[in-house]
Design a protein around this ligand. Structure first.
Ligand SMILES: [Zn+2]
Length: 798
């Protein structure tokens, strides 16, 4: 259910220190434009880091001040020969490529008819003062009246979308720095936005709200760190506050509506703080909140634009302390919230919608959890951690879970389950399956037999058959429960041996209706399709690829998330691929161990075919964008591109790293990653540096750079052709060869293995750095080779 109108709920008391958030929001929204501060301007410029705006000729009007601050301004070029212009030059090739994909130009140089600006700091006032000082504008109050009338409501409407942020910034620590939002009416590209946000990792964003497949989507044209950040002239950000020690009491009524009280400890960062932003599912209503036992103001509002920008179904809400809480102080926060986060997928089969955000969360931080659920006793409810208490109370069952170590987030699942336990020393593994079949997997009833024409003779046998048409065979939702439990155990054991201990020693696996899985700390959601016999899966999923996915890979992928995502995690969309690609490749390592290298090669081969598949315009899936674009890959409009690139190209990237490093170094690197980044985040760059540490001596580090520059930060899959001659006799056989590369940009250059095979003894591998100019190589070997090949361990066109 969408809830993108805004509302607020707040405690009834009046606040001594400063206005309430609700009052502040109302004042900002109702401020309107200030007709007295309208100017006919010529050659006024505004620069914010990489964004350069020129109000060449037109009118500029400012909003009325609220709490001493003007937060809005509007420029129109509505005069004879009027014009505005904006310049933005992305500093990285991949960002220029992205911008060009949307605007047909690698740099943005756009003339505009109108610009709407929202400032959350004093920048608007500074601009106004500058116009006065420079004399670059002359007051135009009559035009101001008309502009205020025309543009006031437009500005108020956009401000409503930014209300959370406007309030948050008004109450933020003083040295935090403000945001600039620009909505521009471009002459070539139409309406588009630009943002400078000092609190983002990439402070500069340009993009456009559009419709795709009937849904509102936000296309990010380009996004990158601002100049001061790139040149290191920016002080590092410190978290405003850190939550820990979550205690959650949840009660599910017979309709599975949830009423929850969530308590947590909050440690304020190194600056006093009054405003605390949280995330929660839009299906949950936060009804009240307390700080240290006293009611505190809640400010809740959501806008469609805000959701589209964040690509999320979650709402942001603010908790506002009556007065700023002291730096480094610790407090008890308490929230009451309720909602329907569970849906029925058929008789006795349930689906937890808001798996990650059914309680208030702030940033990605590791914390311990103490969870108590009260729920209908006919059901089984599972959650992360160890069971500390389990009892029946009337019609309810009450179960309490505790996590012995910090986890990233706490999930739960419920149903009418059958359980099989795994058997791995040192671990508790429980795998649950549904006793019932979700509606979507139940075959439709067979068509009723057509009655014979009246008067036709029917034998007693015919009549009997007509009365009992053969009943459709229902898939058994527990067919593979034991197999799943075995695979989960074997994968957990394999990963523990190679990577070290997982997030928690207790792992629960429970089904989720759908074709996907999700690996939460201590709790895996596994597609119900994995539990079905392969022959009973829906017909369209019975090809080899889907069978391998549902029977072998998905469970192993989700179990691998116990390490990748739940011990080590990431906090930016650019790095998300690391966790998904690593989980996918870990599953392939496990498959290789279970079924041999051919099984792994065949999956990788399938991934290659996917990535090189072309759409109607002749674009390959892989060309949609570099893997670090994350969800932005979808903006290219190539079907399935984000998934294929993140999971499949991602697995290839790890495979190529492994081949270049050797198995031993590769596995040691993963174990070190788990150890060094335990309960912390890792970035793509940090991972690259780690890989360099473990790369083979001499050329290894530059080979790792080549892998990242070409496969991670860029697109392109080369075609490689090998030619060679063999001269001389044993023991001095001379090989000369060349590798021709095509189908990629001129700067594409990677290490390619040339495998020299012999009739007897192990093959030798020679690594050659490729180039579009072609490269040659020579080698001297002791015996005449039987074959020289480019092995299939590099992602190339066939
Ligand atoms: Zn995953």
């Amino acid at each position: 259910m969408s809830r993108w109108w805004w509302f607020f709920a707040f405690a009834c008391c009046a606040f001594a220190a400063g206005p309430s958030a609700a009052d502040l929001a109302k004042s900002i929204r109702e401020a309107g434009l200030d007709a007295d501060q309208c100017y006919r301007v010529r050659d006024v410029s505004l620069q914010k880091e990489d964004i350069r705006l020129y109000f060449t000729d037109g009118y500029l009007i400012f909003s009325k001040p609220v709490e001493g601050q003007r937060r809005g301004a509007v420029f129109t070029a509505d005069v004879e020969g009027g014009d505005g212009e904006v310049l933005l030059l992305p500093p990285f090739p991949a960002e220029r490529q992205s911008l060009a994909m949307f605007t047909q130009s690698a740099n943005l140089d756009e003339h505009f008819r109108a610009a709407l600006m929202i400032f959350t700091d004093a920048a608007a006032q500074a601009l106004l003062d500058r116009i006065g000082k420079e004399g670059s504008g002359r007051k135009a109050p009559e035009i101001g009246v008309a502009m205020a009338e025309r543009w006031g409501p437009v500005l108020a409407n956009v401000e409503t979308g930014f209300q959370m942020r406007l309030v948050e910034d008004a109450l933020a620590p003083a040295d935090e720095g403000g945001m600039l939002f620009l909505a521009l009416d471009g002459r070539k590209v139409g309406n588009f936005d630009m943002v400078y946000d000092p609190r983002s990792r990439e402070q500069i964003v340009a993009g456009q709200l559009t419709q795709r497949n009937g849904r509102l989507t936000y296309n990010i044209w380009t996004s990158f760190p601002a100049r001061s950040s790139r040149t290191g002239n920016r002080k590092p950000q410190t978290p405003w506050f850190t939550p820990s020690d979550f205690r959650i009491d949840a009660a599910l009524d017979p309709d599975l509506k949830m009423k929850v009280t969530t308590r947590m400890k909050i440690r304020v960062g190194n600056r006093p703080l009054r405003v605390f932003p949280f995330d929660i599912s839009s299906q949950m209503n936060v009804t009240s909140a307390k700080i240290d036992g006293a009611p505190a103001e809640l400010f809740i509002q959501e806008s469609l634009r805000g959701r589209a920008l964040r690509g999320s179904e979650n709402d942001i809400f603010l908790l506002i302390a009556p007065e700023a809480l002291a730096a480094n102080s610790e407090h008890e926060f308490e929230f009451d919230h309720e909602g329907s986060v569970i849906t029925t997928a058929g008789d006795g089969v349930f689906f937890v919608n808001a798996r990650a955000t059914w309680y208030p969360r702030a940033a990605e931080s590791f914390a311990t959890y103490d969870l108590t659920f009260r729920y209908p006793k006919a059901l089984t409810l599972v959650a992360a951690g160890d069971v500390a208490e389990d009892r029946i109370d009337g019609d309810c069952r009450v179960t309490r879970w505790r996590t012995p170590s910090p986890i990233r987030l706490a999930g739960f699942n419920l149903g009418d389950y059958e359980k099989v336990s795994g058997n791995v020393p040192g671990f508790t593994i429980n795998v649950y399956g549904n006793r019932h079949l979700q509606t979507s997997l139940q075959p439709r009833p067979a068509p009723a037999p057509i009655d014979p024409p009246p008067g036709a003779r029917r034998s007693p046998i015919d009549r009997l058959n007509a009365a009992s048409p053969s009943a459709p065979i229902l898939p058994d939702p527990l067919a593979r429960l034991r197999t799943v439990a075995q695979d989960v155990s074997s994968a957990l054991e394999f990963y523990s041996t190679n990577f070290g201990p997982p997030a928690l020693k207790t792992l629960t696996v429970a089904p989720i209706p759908g074709a996907f899985g999700q690996g939460f700390p201590g709790l895996v959601y596994l597609s119900t399709l994995s539990y079905l016999d392969p022959n009973q899966r829906p017909a369209m999923l019975r090809d080899e690829r889907h069978q391998v996915f549902f029977s072998e890979l998905i469970a192993a992928h989700e179990v691998a998330h116990q390490w990748w995502g739940n011990v080590v995690t990431v906090d930016a969309y650019q790095d998300e691929w690391l966790m998904e690609a690593l989980a996918s490749y870990s599953a392939l390592l496990w498959l290789e161990k279970k079924k041999g290298p051919k099984a792994l090669d065949s999956v990788l081969d399938d991934y290659r075919d996917h990535l090189l598949a072309k759409d109607a315009e002749g674009r390959t899936v892989e060309s949609a964008g570099p893997i670090t674009w994350g969800p932005r890959i979808e903006s290219a409009g190539i079907n399935d591109a984000w998934r294929a690139i993140t999971y499949e190209k991602g697995a290839w990237i790890f495979h190529m790293l492994r081949k270049r490093m050797g198995d031993d170094r590769f596995l040691k690197m993963l174990a070190e990653m788990r150890k060094r980044y335990e309960f912390r985040t890792i970035s793509t760059e940090q991972f690259r540096d780690l890989a360099k540490e473990f790369a083979p001596p001499k050329t290894g580090a530059s080979a790792v750079d080549a892998i990242f520059d070409n496969w991670v930060f860029d697109t392109g899959v080369p075609e490689l052709k090998l030619k060679y001659t063999v001269k001389g006799v044993a023991p001095a056989v001379k090989i000369s060869g060349s590798i021709a590369q095509s189908g990629v940009d001129d700067d594409f250059s990677i290490d390619v293995p040339v495998e020299i095979q012999f009739a007897k003894g192990a093959a030798q591998t020679l690594w050659v750095r490729s180039s579009n100019d072609g490269v040659t190589f020579t080698a001297t070997v002791k015996q005449v080779p039987s074959r020289i090949v480019l092995p299939a361990s590099v992602l190339t066109k066939k």
